[in-house]
Design a protein around this ligand. Structure first.
Ligand code: WTA
Length: 638
């Protein structure tokens, strides 16, 4: 398991000024939630708007837990309409910054207007409650507008990250059987144009469920428009009415599907349900980020991932917050783009990923030092364990030793932050994600499900339901049960390793399954292997995560070629390109090694554990199930 050691590098109290003004000021909140879990969440739900109040807070039909059963609610209404009869009507909801330097601000009123119009556009294209809409857009305002428009009419959105390939997009459209695809002519990334429309056209060569494609003009590139199928966003919006009542949804109706990698080649469609999800993201946004009306909050994730869904769109907007949204890369046009944005808008809360911070460290302190970052009052991280030294750099250089750091642990499946400090009360230890959020019961157990002694590593499991938990896997409830609820009786299995220290602090140790975390993005080893094997030269492939200075983990691939092919630099290049094409640039292997055979068990399972151990210089452990010793020798020599 990675991160064997706990490095204690001091303790950090919240600054007294922060403490005094914090939303959560007292430890008693933990007790309150423990005493009455349902009451705790019902109180949070009461702060939102319901068309009809729930009959029961929680239905425990294990493992299909259902929240606020009988309640009628709309997520889009809670993010928009709820604020319109308050002073927030004219408050900035989204401050958007494009990569080329253009910018745009939407007040709550304006955002509501655009969302309602687009909701009517969707209706005019025949989209109804329960239909799926795939969204493949860059980080432009039309992305949250499209999501909130779907939510408004009860259509289920499936956002596909703009960095994914045509093939990945096609698989996701087909699994969801989406009726409409929303894309753009292109998007900007590091000054270059990402050809989203071209990828979409390729994907649609074999995606029969799609009836219409709505295309946002972002780059102005000349793109082919297919007669009858493709329509311009701006043409459709021109005459759309801005009156569109929000559909009262059952609390347990799906809000969206988001595909994520698992241990098999096929991505899982994680389904989130309306009421629980909005309540969970609402309250965690408020408490974890100490979100106040004066804040300028910036989460740097892409909305194509869960972090963007929960903590750019639904959570913050349900709180009536002002959200900064940035389209492009952190190093474009220079290494100080993030700090320029913080200074320009006076960002007060910054939520980013360890991989980004490691890149900032590499680029040097001089870049943040060029800017006035004094507006910042709270920092956050998510996506992977943060190394204590990286934490300390973030604290010192970006936070000027006055901003608490919330290291938040959660997953696509959990929908909301589950393990985290509360910034006004928690004493922080760099590298630890602190404790479970109030009302969350997390434990570290051995393979038989017994709690391990303090200080020992084991499997992280969650032992109580929480509102934003996934409802199921799309069209695959059996896989949902098997994947998350079959390892440890009665508990949700996270797939992460962790240990709890003598003070009760949680230290996350990375994935324990065949999932690699590249720059905070989850990739299944099987997905990358399948991509390699789909190349004509490859007979077999095994992929393992290897330590990487910036990305956290990189990818090493061991490849067995078909007889008629020989290893060469050109083939290596070609294989890397092939993986990029099949999955996307994030999945590009860092290393490709050619071997004659892979280490396997007698039953034919690839022993990635062995390759991982050899790669990281660790003991290879028990090899009694290995079929052929020679395979190890070969891997060692590469
Ligand atoms: C990892 C991202 C350590 C973990 C929200 C988890 C973390 C996976 C942290 C989920 C953290 C996320 N410390 N590890 N603070 N946050 N992870 O679904 O391995 O993209 O299982 O959700 O990221 O990744 P996902």
């Amino acid at each position: 398991m990675p991160g064997e050691e706990i490095f204690e590098k001091g303790r950090f109290e919240p600054p007294s000024e922060f403490k005094e003004k914090a939303i959560v000021k007292s430890e008693s909140i933990y007790e309150e939630a423990e005493r009455d879990l349902e009451g705790f969440w019902a109180k949070a739900a009461d702060e939102l708007h319901w068309f009809k109040k729930w009959d029961r807070v929680l239905e425990r039909n294990h493992p299909f837990y259902r929240w606020f059963v009988g309640g009628k609610i709309n997520a889009s209404y809670n993010c928009l309409d709820r604020h319109l009869d308050t002073w927030r009507k004219n408050k900035a909801a989204i401050i958007w910054e494009g990569e080329p330097g253009d910018s745009k601000t939407y007040t709550y009123q304006q955002l509501h207007h655009e969302v309602s119009k687009f909701a009517n556009v969707l209706k005019s294209l025949g989209v109804k409650k329960g239909d799926r809409v795939t969204i493949y857009l860059p980080m432009i305002p039309e992305l949250p507008i499209a999501m909130l428009a779907c939510a408004r009419i009860g259509a289920i959105h499936s956002v596909v990250f703009g960095g994914f390939s045509a093939q990945a997009l096609q698989d996701r459209i087909n699994d969801a059987e989406a009726k409409v695809l929303i894309t753009a002519d292109g998007g900007y990334r590091r000054g270059k144009i990402v050809p989203l429309k071209k990828n979409s056209d390729e994907a649609l060569e074999n995606a029969p469920s799609i009836e219409h494609v709505v295309v946002v003009k972002r780059t102005g590139e000349d793109v082919p428009m297919k007669e009858g199928r493709d329509l311009w966003w701006h043409d459709l919006m021109k005459n759309a009415s801005h009156v569109c009542e929000a559909e009262p949804m059952d609390s347990t109706d799906p809000l969206f599907i988001l595909y994520t990698s698992g241990t098999t080649g096929k991505p899982k469609g994680v389904v989130h349900l309306t009421g629980g999800y909005i309540v969970g993201t609402y309250l965690t946004s408020k408490y974890v980020f100490d979100l106040k009306d004066e804040d300028i909050y910036w989460c740097t994730a892409d909305i194509g991932w869960i972090t963007g869904h929960s903590y750019i769109v639904y959570g913050p907007l349900a709180n009536g917050a002002t959200v900064v949204m940035y389209e492009g890369a952190p190093d474009y046009p220079q290494y100080d783009r993030f700090w320029e944005i913080v200074e320009k808008y006076g960002v007060t809360i910054l939520y980013t990923a360890p991989t980004a911070i490691r890149a900032f460290i590499k680029w040097g302190e001089e870049w943040p030092k060029k800017h006035d970052l004094s507006s910042l009052r709270l920092l956050g991280t998510v996506g992977e364990p943060i190394n204590p030294d990286v934490w300390l750099w973030y604290y010192r250089v970006i936070g000027n030793e006055k901003c608490p750091i919330v290291d938040t642990w959660w997953q696509t499946e959990t929908g909301m932050i589950l393990i985290t400090p509360l910034p006004g009360i928690s004493v922080l230890k760099p590298g630890s994600a602190y404790r479970p959020f109030p009302g969350i019961k997390a434990e570290v157990v051995d393979d038989d499900g017994n709690p391990v002694p303090r200080g020992q590593a084991g499997n992280l499991v969650i032992k109580s339901p929480w509102p934003a938990m996934l409802g199921t896997l799309y069209k695959d409830p059996e896989r949902y049960k098997r994947q998350y609820w079959s390892q440890v009786e009665g508990a949700y299995f996270t797939g992460d390793g962790a240990r709890i220290d003598e003070d009760g602090y949680f230290w996350l140790l990375g994935r324990i399954d065949d999932v690699i975390n590249v720059s905070g993005h989850r990739l299944g080893t099987m997905e990358v292997e399948s991509a390699l094997v789909s190349h004509e030269a490859v007979a077999e492939a095994a992929v393992v995560g290897i330590p990487h200075e910036i990305k956290g983990q990189g990818i090493a691939a061991y490849v067995v070629l078909k007889e008629e092919f020989k290893p060469s630099d050109d083939l290596t290049k070609d294989l890397k390109m092939h993986v990029r094409k099949v999955i996307g640039p994030i999945a590009t292997p860092d290393e490709i090694h050619y071997v004659d055979k892979l280490p396997k068990t007698r039953s034919g399972k690839i022993m990635r554990r062995i390759m991982r151990a050899i790669k990281t210089g660790k003991d290879i452990g028990d090899v009694s199930t290995l079929e052929e010793e020679a395979a190890i020798k070969e891997v060692r020599e590469k």
